[in-house]
Design a protein around this ligand. Structure first.
Ligand code: HPA
Length: 260
């Protein structure tokens, strides 16, 4: 089963035939919204709106643990996450699609692990935060369906909900960030702890703070995401087509080498 998490402005995916909506709770609380179960490109998928379908949950209040646990509970083993981001490095123009390969975590105070140390001490390997096999499928899908995308990029995750200062973006640029967003963490590391494959697609919705003279607005984020929606749906469809039926990556046995 393949899970898709949609961010700001991506509340449904064109071409998904919805069969059921599942409202569930988890040992970690209630997920952002009902899970939308359906068929896409001939395979079973489950969609979740990260901020809720009415976009009522800000990034720092999302129950990431419940969201990921719920997906796993429903049988998902691979997660494709789509999120809006601000462009920092050259070429990261609004409308650019990036298949992320690295993360810098600047969040604080988020509930970010399934292993609090009550029973076991666990340190998962996170050298490559995104699943190489799943990334490969997204990149191949871009090529096959002629959708332009960047094959790598480093995502810096801020706590939000405020946008960044010009100096922060200058600093982020200096430490190697290509795009900035507020939701990849702890989503990516929780997926790893839950031994699910996880790929991240960033849609650049705006130039990051201070990169242009323009003030940033939340509206442009949603507008650009809407405009990119068709391309993202087509990319997801082809990706799902290309995902191998069996997982051969290390994600599925993360915990084997993570226990003290
Ligand atoms: N900063 C942080 N998060 C974002 C941005 C941004 O500029 N654009 C979309 N999500």
């Amino acid at each position: 089963m393949i899970g898709i998490i949609g961010g700001s402005g991506l509340y449904e995916i064109e071409g998904v035939v919805v069969t059921e909506k599942k409202k569930i709770s988890t040992p970690f609380g209630v997920p952002s919204d009902s899970y939308i179960v359906g068929k896409f490109a001939g395979r079973n998928i489950i969609f979740l709106a990260r901020h809720g379908l009415k976009h009522a949950i800000p990034p720092h209040k999302i129950n990431y643990k419940a969201n990921l646990w719920g997906l796993k509970q429903l049988g998902v083993r691979r997660v494709i996450s789509v999120g809006a981001a601000g462009g920092i490095s050259p070429g990261m123009r609004p409308g650019t699609i990036v298949v992320l390969d690295q993360i810098i975590d600047m969040t604080a105070g988020r509930d970010s692990t399934y292993y609090e140390g009550d029973e076991e001490v666990i340190h998962v390997d996170f050298t490559g935060p995104y699943c190489p096999e799943l990334r490969k499928s997204v990149i191949a899908a871009g090529k096959k369906s002629d959708i332009k995308l960047l094959k790598k990029g480093t995502y810096i995750c801020t706590n939000g909900p405020r946008l960044e200062t010009k100096a922060e973006i200058r600093f982020f640029s200096g430490i190697g960030a290509d795009v900035v967003g507020m939701t990849a963490m702890p989503e990516a590391s929780l997926a790893r702890e839950a031994e699910m494959c996880y790929a991240g697609i960033a849609v650049v919705t705006n130039y990051a703070a201070g990169m242009t003279r323009k003030r940033l607005t939340a509206r442009e984020v949603v507008e650009v995401m809407h405009k990119t929606g068709k391309r993202i749906s087509a990319l997801l469809k082809e990706t799902i087509n290309l995902i191998p039926s069996e997982r051969r990556c290390a994600c599925r046995e993360t915990l084997r080498e993570a226990k003290i």
